[in-house]
Write a protein that binds this ligand. Sequence first.
Ligand code: IMP
Length: 502
Amino acid sequence: MRKKFYKEAIEIALKEKIALTFDDVRLQSDYSEVKLSEVNVESKFSRNINLKIPIISSAMDTVTEYKLAIRLAELGGVGIIHKSLTSEEQAKHVSRGKHHLNAYIEKPICIFSDESVEEVLNRKNKKGYSFNSFPVLNREGKLVGIVTGNDFEFCDDHSIKINKIMTTSPLHFVGKINIEKAYQKMRQTKKKALPVTDKKGKVIGMYVFSDVKRVLNGNKNDYNVDSKGRLIIGAAIGVYDDAFSRLEKLVRENVDVVVIDTAHGDSKPVYETLKKVKNQYPELDVVVGNVSIGESAKRLANAGADGIKVGQGPGSICTTRIVAGIGRPQLTAVYDCAKAIYGSGIPICADGGLRYSGDMVIAIAAGADSLMMGKMLAGTDESPGELIYLKGRTWKGYRGMGSLGAMQKSAGARQRYFQENVENNKLVPEGIEGRINYKGPLEKVIYQYIGGLKAGMGYVGAKNIRELREKGEFDRITAAGVRESHPHDVEITEEAPNYSVD
Ligand code: IMP
């Protein structure tokens, strides 16, 4: 009898204790009436976190900070802010993501009318403010003016007081005003900033025109948002105290989902932390990882995980399998875990090892609901880090969180590999530090990834992710098959936007 979730090619290999990975298989095509324009790639990351595209960004210091998390959520996925940041910094990144779409700045930075221009500019420099619009208050804390970039730019004498350069009786709004109305008001009056005050004249918020315009011009249908219309943002936490000191601040900033991010999810510290987190924050979705064995996934599901992350050793920057001899090729790992908890409603996230969009199609057909990517998203405009110009090419840094550099820098990274109390010169790395080709804007790469995923679904005859998982049948292929699959016997003269040989 056919089991509920059964992929023959993987099962046959498993019987002989052979674990497979993406390159070991390809999907068979099947009769299809599916139009690519109608393919639906919506999915889930965890019980309550929906996805418009099944892409999650890795919690790594060269992949996900607020910029990438914001853009990815705008494109329909979810970014997981890494935990090499302090708990305060990490919460700030979440906050920027959660506030991004309302363009409403709560408690904007204000200045006083009797301060000198120099004092304000010095403070701006010291604190690293990147903006130039400031509501101006008198010493009773009431709004009396506004200064914007032009006022500073056209001021030659920095010793004069702010009240000499500010616009008095500024445009403002008393009470609550939504973004559309704020936009109309600023357009009509050609003002770049709209402070919002309470009835007593105290500034409670502000809209800035450039933000408002950006938000209103965005493609809102693609955005992955919460019930209040804010972008969905996730964050990584460790175990025990690390988890709780982060959670307190993350929850205050309305984080949507947290990931207990460890190299070995089927371990006592993870279970103890999960239990306590679910007790203390029953409303919060908690994804747990990483595991690679079906029995581990079952244990985590029974312990209350809202999502399970699978991947031990497949990452492009990972050396766990070499250093520790541990891990399981990713196709079998995903399949075994998905099969073990099939029908439970707990989504599986395939984490690591994805190299091309074809691997995404294969991972989903093997049981994944979502795909976590490091390498495939690193090197974009939105990923952290500067551009590197070397050997005539443009690169960005990409490194494992278990690399020496990442672990030396942060306790969060050390804890992922259970080495939080180890001295810097005694660390045993499980990852490497490297660089990766610069890829340009995130939107461009995601477009290709989703295009490839939809193409694969079309070949299988799957209208949606569930159908791909149910219908996708694998052939196991040989090394000759892999060679045949890639371009061969031809020198590539033009790089394709979705194919390159690293
Ligand atoms: P990639 O998409 O193949 O580059 O893999 C990214 C994934 O590798 C991450 O989401 C983590 O699960 C995992 N990872 C991150 N840093 C390390 C490391 O230093 N060693 C092992 N695995 C890592």
